[in-house]
Design a protein around this ligand. Structure first.
Ligand code: AMP
Length: 192
């Protein structure tokens, strides 16, 4: 695991438990010499992730559309930045040359990013592990929804192996390493 993308929330109004988990994840990724790629924001879990990685001497890359930089939303300490014209280019950049993806708790932006990567994976266009950090049970409703989509045959049992839920930041790297193989042949079983 050389480089990981972490999807995270921009909200600063969330409970401390989410900040604490994000801090632990950022620090342990830095100590494991994993370069972190994220949305580049200075607020919410994005800001805390960057602070934690940098506090441990790690490397973190931000990818952000220019209009956000112009609003001065970018984190000032980030190792390096890539600026894009659109949100679509940002999302593509977040999936370029990374060895896996971690979704922390988040709102519409995080959920959109997570569902985009799962859709690309289903089509065999992204083949790396996807881990969802279920801090304090935040993602239990998502787990139930995904289970239901399989029960109702909108996806197959095979698709369940596209993601792994973990409860603690310490479980993230092991889950990434243990994730089942996935390849471009996924297109063959994308349809039910
Ligand atoms: P959410 O989980 O809804 O907070 O969405 C996180 C996503 O929102 C990020 O990946 C960005 O696309 C976007 N976003 C919202 N506010 C900011 C900000 N201050 N800095 C950077 N990205 C932001």
């Amino acid at each position: 695991m050389k480089r990981l993308t972490v999807y995270c929330a921009s909200s600063a109004r969330i409970r401390p438990v989410f900040f604490e988990a994000t801090d632990r994840l950022g620090r342990l990724l830095a100590r494991a010499h994993v370069e972190v790629v994220f949305g580049g924001g200075s607020t919410g879990l994005m800001g805390r992730l960057a602070d934690a990685v940098l506090a441990e001497g790690g490397r973190i890359k931000g990818i952000m559309p220019r209009f956000m930089q112009e609003e001065e939303w970018s984190h000032p300490g980030v190792t390096y930045f890539e600026f894009t014209d659109t949100m679509h280019e940002r999302k593509a950049g977040l999936l370029t040359d990374v060895d896996g993806v971690v979704a922390l708790p988040g709102g519409s932006g995080t959920l959109e990013e997570l569902f985009e990567v799962l859709t690309l994976k289903r089509l065999g266009l992204f083949t790396k592990p996807v881990v969802i950090l279920n801090t304090d049970g935040y993602y239990e409703p998502l787990k139930a929804l995904l289970d239901n989509s399989i029960a109702e045959h909108f996806m197959s049992e095979k698709h369940r192996t596209m993601w792994t839920f973990v409860d603690e930041p310490e479980d993230v790297l092991p889950a990434l390493h243990q994730a089942p193989e996935w390849d471009a042949d996924a297109l063959k079983y994308a349809r039910i």
